[in-house]
Design a protein around this ligand. Structure first.
Ligand code: F6R
Length: 608
């Protein structure tokens, strides 16, 4: 989603801004822009398309000299991705420039109010009201104008603002849209995400809701929206910056798929204590776990899919009812949360607007929220009552792979811990499951080793029109993710169906040669799934099956079979998803798609 970078200091601002924006490219965007004060006036360059266009237009920033500036990568929400709608936006005189992430919800009302006062708008964006409103309130004191604007705008915003009258200052403002500021010996930085400025500084401050930061070359001051000064603690970021490089892989997605054995081990092993599980961050005793009567899992996209798996695993193992909701639905459906309920939100980025809103809604109703989150220090990580981190490291490819795998592990551990507290599984079963969990990293490695075979198979489907995924129980949740991986990066239409549901409509879509991928990893459901496979085969489908080693029976129905190593039935998702990720990846590569940055998508969806 949109990215913001700003700099004020002794160095040339433009190259630093371009470099920072490049680090945020993975988040998805469709236009770019930059504003730099050159000593006399603010110069602005904008362009639709990729960042390299802005780099070429500004000769790597050289044609925009100056020591203070802001830059932006825009993911269009209001108005098409063209030059006019790209950020920065500016007032008529070009003396104030603004970059904005988020959505100003009452922009139409504000726009009408300003138009009545003879303000002319040039773009279709919601952001332009911010700069026009700043112009309206500005009487020589930038901080005062900003606070007045904050009292008028509704919605979410991360803002970077410069004023030609005050070139020794750069402003950062935040509400419900991530924003950090940082400092090094040359100057101060603003960014919508840590990787943008990691090369320059590891000392950062998280800007909280309704806070304003005034950055100067050598210091920063923090204010409330009522202009009261506040103090803040710096956070030291100790990420490995190499994690954000491709390390010889053709795409980040491939690199991240190959990192899965490690991310699974990193999420799992620190929580295994001998033959026991210790999820310290839960801060819940066995008695408290035992008292949980219901679990609500809330998430979006792939994180929602891990939630669907989590439902089967938690209900199966711990016999606790689980409801899984899409966060965008949960927040508005007036959910029934009863005494004894526990809310679990799952998010890689920790910034997904709907998931964050669902968390806040649950807390408002007095329920404790556990966040399963990957990004340390993200909004969800900071606002959840307890946080169980997935130690997947920075995930750059828009399509999630390694964070998804780590989320599964977190859910298995939670389910087992619950089952132990509820005494719904025996010590023997528990011990055997721990042994199976420990094998998962090596088993994933083994499956990744099969990539050439899957690539050859995938190449046959580059021209496919539709591809379906079917499965029952946990296999249905695997199908959901397999289908999403394929369609989001290859643009081939795909749907996932509970195998038993096919004949209620979807089967009419099957034509001669349509690929149907059947996931069959649950022995208790083999026979049922095979009969659904035979039904589609009879209608011309070509059948790919993903099943457990030893289930050779399936070869009678399937045209092509991928076997996964033996594991506990509850953990099969962790293995079966690997060939499906590889399949989606290689179909997209074969089609020449921009695998890491699929069209229209953003890595972190900070608007609802
Ligand atoms: C798909 C994908 C998305 C995310 C979803 C939630 O590959 O990555 O569906 O899973 O946007 O994002 P997070 O986990 O950051 O809340």
């Amino acid at each position: 989603m949109c990215g913001i970078v700003g700099y004020i200091g002794t160095q040339a601002a433009a190259p630093i801004i371009l470099d920072g924006l490049a680090k945020l490219e993975y988040r998805g965007y469709d236009s770019t822009g930059m504003a730099v004060f050159d000593g006399n006036k603010i110069n602005i360059t904008k362009a639709p398309g990729r960042l390299k266009v802005l780099e070429e237009l500004t000769h790597g920033g050289e044609s925009m000299p100056g020591h203070v500036g802001v830059g932006h990568t825009r993911w269009a929400t209001h108005g098409v991705p063209n030059m006019t709608n790209a950020h920065p936006h500016f007032n008529k005189e070009g003396t104030i420039a603004v970059v904005h992430n988020g959505i100003i919800e009452n922009y139409l009302k504000l726009r009408h109010m300003l138009e009545e006062k003879e303000y002319q708008f040039v773009s279709e964006t919601d952001t332009e009201v911010v700069v026009q409103l700043l112009d309206y309130y500005y009487r020589g004191n930038p901080l005062e104008a900003i606070t007045k604007v904050l009292h008028r705008v509704e919605g979410s915003y991360g803002l970077g603002v410069i004023f030609a009258d005050h070139p020794d200052q750069l402003f950062a403002v935040r509400k419900d849209s991530p924003l950090i500021v940082g400092q090094n010996e040359t100057g101060c930085f603003i960014a919508s995400d840590v990787p943008a400025i990691l090369k320059y500084t590891r000392k950062v401050y998280y800007v909280e809701n309704q806070e304003i930061v005034r950055l100067r070359q050598d210091h920063m001051h923090f204010y409330t929206e009522d202009e009261e000064e506040i103090t803040k603690e710096a956070v030291y970021i100790d990420w490995d910056s190499n994690a954000a490089e491709k390390a010889g892989y053709e795409h980040f997605m491939l690199k991240e798929m190959y990192e899965q054995p490690k991310t699974v081990a990193d999420t799992l092993l620190p929580r295994l204590k001998g033959n026991d599980i210790d999820i310290e961050e839960l801060h819940m005793s066995n008695e408290e776990l035992e008292a949980v009567k219901k679990i609500h899992i809330v998430a979006c996209g792939s994180a929602y899919h891990t939630g669907v798996t989590g439902k089967y695993v938690i209900e199966g193992l711990a016999r606790i009812p689980v409801e899984v909701d899409l966060a965008s639905e949960f927040r508005y459906r007036n959910p029934i949360l009863e005494e004894g309920a526990m809310v679990v939100v799952i998010s890689q980025s920790g910034e997904t607007a709907d998931t964050l809103a669902a968390l806040r809604e649950s807390k408002k109703r007095g329920f404790k929220v556990l966040g399963i989150v990957n990004v340390v220090g993200s909004s969800i990580a900071r606002e959840a009552d307890n946080v169980m981190y997935t130690w997947a490291g920075p995930e750059i490819a828009v399509a999630t792979t390694k964070a998804y795998s780590a989320q599964l592990i977190a859910l298995y551990l939670l389910a087992m811990k619950m089952a132990q507290a509820k005494k719904t599984i025996s010590g023997e079963e528990f011990g055997a499951m721990i042994e199976d969990l420990k094998k998962i990293p090596d088993q994933i490695e083994l499956l990744l080793g099969n990539k050439e075979k899957i690539q050859r198979f995938a190449n046959r489907y580059i021209g496919a029109k539709d591809i379906f995924f079917i499965g029952r129980g946990i296999d249905y949740s695997i199908s959901l993710e397999g289908s999403l991986k394929l369609k989001e990066i290859s643009y081939i239409h795909s749907e996932a169906y509970a195998a038993g549901e096919l004949k209620h409509g979807t089967i009419s879509l099957i034509e001669e040669g349509t690929l149907v991928a059947a996931v069959a990893t649950q022995p208790a459901l083999y026979a049922k799934t095979i009969s659904n496979m035979i039904e589609v085969k009879a209608r011309g489908a070509f059948l790919l099956a993903v099943t457990n080693e030893g289930n050779n029976e399936i070869e009678k129905a399937a045209d092509y079979v991928i076997y996964i190593p033996k594991t506990n039935d509850y953990f099969t998702n962790s293995l079966a998803i690997i060939p499906l990720q590889l399949f989606g990846y290689y179909v997209a590569v074969g089609k020449g798609c921009d695998v890491d940055k699929p069209r229209n998508l953003a890595k972190s969806v900070t608007v609802e």
